[in-house]
Design a protein around this ligand. Structure first.
Ligand code: 2BA
Length: 106
């Protein structure tokens, strides 16, 4: 079994949630904050059989869009604070796949 950890822009989170539910994948949705932009995003935990990992990634990709965001002036940059405005391209999604040593559902 694998654990797919997917950091998704909050604007895409409902669409990702919907497609995972509709296709029968269980997920846990965590409210998270990006360490750089300090903006809310959503992290999905999806436990899945190894042969279905690519399907999950494809579904997330289908519902996640890259978009431009402005760096807020409060973000630390090098030795000081960046005065902004500066654009960065965020996402689609940032996805990690890790081995699950043991899975229990009791
Ligand atoms: P944030 O950390 O808020 O980063 C938002 C976007 O800012 C990033 O988009 C990237 O375009 C830019 N960025 C991040 N760190 C930067 C830096 N040191 N210098 C210049 N630009 C920087 P994404 O790469 O698409 O990442 C979206 C979100 O995914 C991140 O939000 C973070 O929550 C998560 N993430 C990305 N890479 C990660 C990693 N290696 N480990 C854990 N979480 C990660």
């Amino acid at each position: 079994m694998k654990l797919v950890i997917a950091v998704v822009d909050r604007d895409d989170a409902n669409a990702v949630n919907e497609i995972l539910s509709q296709t029968g994948f269980s997920s846990t949705r965590l409210a998270t904050t990006g360490g750089f932009l300090l903006a809310g995003n959503v992290t999905f935990l999806i436990g899945v059989e190894e042969e279905k990992v690519q399907t999950v990634i494809d579904l997330i990709r289908e519902r996640s869009h890259s978009r431009k965001k402005l760096i807020p002036p409060s973000v630390e940059f090098g030795h000081g604070y960046y005065p902004g405005p500066m654009e960065v391209t965020v996402g689609g999604a940032t996805i990690f796949v890790v081995d699950v040593e043991r899975f229990e559902h009791v």
